[in-house]
Design a protein around this ligand. Structure first.
Ligand code: DX5
Ligand code: ZN
Length: 221
């Protein structure tokens, strides 16, 4: 499967966000991971529509919008309007997950379902055919720079097995605590879309870090 790096701008220098986004684009990262937090579903608050809209002209890369917000169906139209290409919602945050996924696809966008570390894979059973990507959280969502939860490697493997058994060739994105030192294990388990925040964004080193991480990813067969 195609391996894709999705740098999380949560770890970027917000005083120069446009340049940071341009740098990871230039380094070759195909997605830009955009973490939206509401202070309810997760403890922290990050940013919302105006920031995404202002970044849209900077890069043509896929805007991979990860909504860590309660009841995201309230905002699907807004995130579509500000330039999202792929919208991922948390199964735990949707009272009507099936409906939300339909709403995203009706906007002509791709949709993803995210699961927190403690949420079982069976939550996905009845929505897999209408989902483009599964995001497995490998930290508890809410903050960048946390440590990868080792138990998640087996969860990734189980999900890939489950998808294979159903004949579904679907992207698995992993998010949280991934760096050049553990990305091979994550790929080996069956993930193919890699989110990385603190492992990519660093003053003066963003481009170099993104390139290095992609080299490590591409070296893994
Ligand atoms: C965590 C966010 C992540 C985070 C990843 O709630 O969803 O996308 O920015 O950051 P790192 O790679 O630093 O763990
Ligand atoms: Zn994220």
């Amino acid at each position: 499967m195609k391996k894709i790096l999705s740098p999380s701008i949560l770890a970027a220098d917000f005083t120069r966000l446009g340049q940071e986004a341009a740098d990871v684009d230039e380094a070759g990262a195909e997605y830009l991971h955009i973490d939206v937090m509401d202070g309810m579903f997760v403890p922290s608050i990050s940013f919302g529509m105006p920031v995404i809209k202002s970044l849209r002209p900077v890069t043509g890369r896929v805007f991979d919008v990860h909504l860590m917000i309660e009841d995201p169906q309230r905002y699907i139209d807004d995130f579509a309007a500000c330039g999202a290409d792929l919208i991922t919602v948390h199964a735990e945050a949707c009272r009507h997950l099936d409906r939300v996924l339909n709403m995203i696809r009706e906007k002509g966008l791709r949709c993803g379902v995210a699961l927190n570390p403690a949420t079982p894979l069976c939550m996905l059973d009845h929505v897999l055919t209408k989902t483009d990507m599964i995001l497995l959280m490998t930290v508890n969502p809410g903050f960048g720079g946390q440590k990868y939860i080792p138990e998640m490697t087996e969860k990734i493997r189980s999900l890939r097995t489950m998808l294979n058994e159903r004949g579904l060739d679907m992207d698995i994105e992993v998010d949280g605590g991934v760096s050049a030192s553990n990305v091979a294990a994550v790929l080996e388990a069956g993930a193919n879309v890699i989110v990385a925040g603190s492992a990519v964004f660093a003053p003066g080193k963003t481009k170099e870090n993104a390139r290095h991480l992609m080299e490590v990813m591409n070296a893994y067969e």
